[in-house]
Design a protein around this ligand. Structure first.
Ligand code: NDP
Length: 471
């Protein structure tokens, strides 16, 4: 079995304590993850701080090249990383699984090289010249979740490095191994100390967010933890980017072609077995096409193979961990107790592993936990509506505001409604369609700041104004 270590200052660092990481499909041991001490974290932060002194002064071209080099080594090691990702996270190798995630890692890493944050000349007159520069912040802490461990890590670390910062990354304790290995691989093309990784138990995240030498935290995870991060980052006013959960509504208008759109709606809801922040979590379907949509989605769900992601033909894996599995079971049981109708699934599957079938729940409405809370699993509530204005109000009646979508044969009408959704991104006739050059961020309790594109890059900088009096 491969061994895994922390990466500090370009070197592998072993720890005395380790934790067992189990495959959520088989409950077999995948590997042992190192448990970092406070001293290990301090060493990683000190290494990042030292590396910052030179990395922040490197030319833009050198840092662009580093992004391209990172994309290339990910490509060279794609086979190993995707297999490890499947074993510890559960997602299949095929479909929108590990291969897809690694592909996204490469695309996002490479794309950072194409963005520019040029010096902006605000005024250049006879009297004065005023320029706006962007400066890196220093050591950035990246704290990542277990649903898309590698892709989200790349989303955090590559723009940070591109803008001249250095990084200490902490993966989720559920899925640390693939991240540890990925950082080891990336270190082959980066100067020592630019990218460090520490894994560990619960105190580690708190230590990082409180650490005085860390200047920014980029965090993806739950809303509750995001609020804690914000509190403990206040000590030295760390910059924050928080990408917290969502409860995305999709509104299907009566003129929607169900046959044409159902596959896309299914994909938008069940991507990564629903364990995706910007997945469809509430599907509002007009009364006139409700039964047809329920029947079509049921057919698609029942034809989608769920199982061990290492096996050929599997398109959906297990739920990643017991905490999330219990949450999903609890939400479906609550829906049943409140009179909802299970169209397919609805009972845990046999065998080892946290398998839950793709589940569609009809005759359910707002006010039920499955609709009001983020399920983050393979379960979709389908809610009937008859009045468009009223359904818009219900869609917006949520503490979350990550994204949403409107579905219709009339693109202009759908776009008008999409503009009235209270969220960071509204899609028309598609959902969760993200791209490296399109900024994405949540409103309300779904977070603050944005990722991707030049706007995302700017989040890893402070502005610095140079004002020259020419008189
Ligand atoms: P958390 O938000 O608790 O964990 C995400 C990351 O934050 C982990 O690396 C975790 O590591 C770390 N963390 C936890 N507490 C702190 C803290 N006080 N300071 C700094 N870092 C901390 O998510 P969970 O894994 O517990 O999942 C809970 C729910 O979050 C899910 O049910 C789902 O609804 C949602 N979620 C949303 C995601 C998204 O993409 N937006 C991704 C994953 C989950 P550690 O536990 O070691 O501290």
């Amino acid at each position: 079995m491969a061994s895994y270590s922390l990466i500090i200052d370009g070197r592998n660092v072993a720890t005395t304590e380790t934790t067992d990481i189990l495959n959520p499909a088989t409950m077999e041991l995948v590997g042992k993850a190192p448990v970092a001490t406070k001293a290990d974290l301090d060493a990683a932060v000190a290494a990042a701080d030292r590396a910052f002194q030179s990395w922040s002064r490197e030319s833009d071209d050198r840092r662009k090249q580093a992004c391209l080099d990172m994309a290339k080594v990910l490509e060279d090691n794609m086979g190993e990383l995707s297999r490890l990702l499947t074993m510890e996270q559960g997602k299949p190798l095929e479909g929108m699984g590990s291969g897809f995630e690694l592909g996204a890692c490469m695309a996002w890493a490479g794309a950072q090289a194409s963005f520019e944050l040029p010096v902006k000349v605000i005024e250049d007159s006879e009297a004065q010249r005023i320029e706006l520069h962007r400066k890196p912040l220093g050591v950035v802490a990246s704290i990542t979740p277990w649903n898309w461990p590698l892709m989200i890590a790349i989303w955090h670390i590559v723009p940070a490095i591109r803008t001249g910062n250095t990084v200490v990354l902490k993966p989720s304790p559920y899925t640390p191994l693939s991240t540890l290995r990925m950082v080891e691989i990336l270190n082959a093309v980066l100067p020592a100390g630019v990218l460090n990784v520490v894994s560990g138990t619960d105190e580690l995240g708190q230590w990082m967010t409180e650490h005085d030498a860390i200047k920014k935290v980029v965090f993806t995870g739950s809303c509750g933890t995001g609020k804690k991060v914000m509190q403990s980052a206040a000590g030295n006013l760390k910059r924050l980017t928080l990408e917290l959960g969502g409860n995305d509504a999709a509104i299907v208008l009566p003129d929607t072609d169900v046959g044409k759109m159902a596959e896309k709606i299914f994909g938008g809801a069940f991507i990564n077995s629903g364990q995706t922040c910007a997945a469809i979590k509430r599907l509002y379907v007009h009364d006139s096409i409700y039964d047809e949509m329920c029947a079509t989605l049921t057919k698609i769900a029942e034809a989608t193979p769920v199982g061990n992601g290492l096996e050929q033909g599997i398109l959906m894996g297990p739920i990643q961990n017991k905490m999330q599995y219990d949450k999903v079971v609890g939400l479906v049981e609550d829906a049943k107790a409140n009179g909802a109708r299970i169209l397919t699934g609805g009972e845990p599957m046999e065998g080892p592993g946290y398998f839950y079938p793709l589940t569609l729940v009809a005759d359910i409405s707002d006010g039920t936990r499955l609709v009001d809370e983020e399920q983050f699993g393979p379960v979709l509530p389908i809610i009937r509506y008859s009045d468009v204005e009223e359904v818009l109000e219900r869609a917006n009646n949520s503490e979350f505001g990550l994204s949403g979508s409107v579905w219709s044969s009339d693109l202009d009408k759908a776009a008008e409604l999409a503009k009235r959704l209270e969220c960071g991104t509204s899609w028309v006739n598609v959902h969760a369609a993200i791209a490296p050059n399109v900024p994405m961020g949540g409103v309300k309790s779904s977070g603050m700041g944005v990722e991707f594109g030049e706007e995302g890059l700017a989040e890893y900088t402070d502005i610095h104004v140079i004002s020259i009096d020419k008189t």
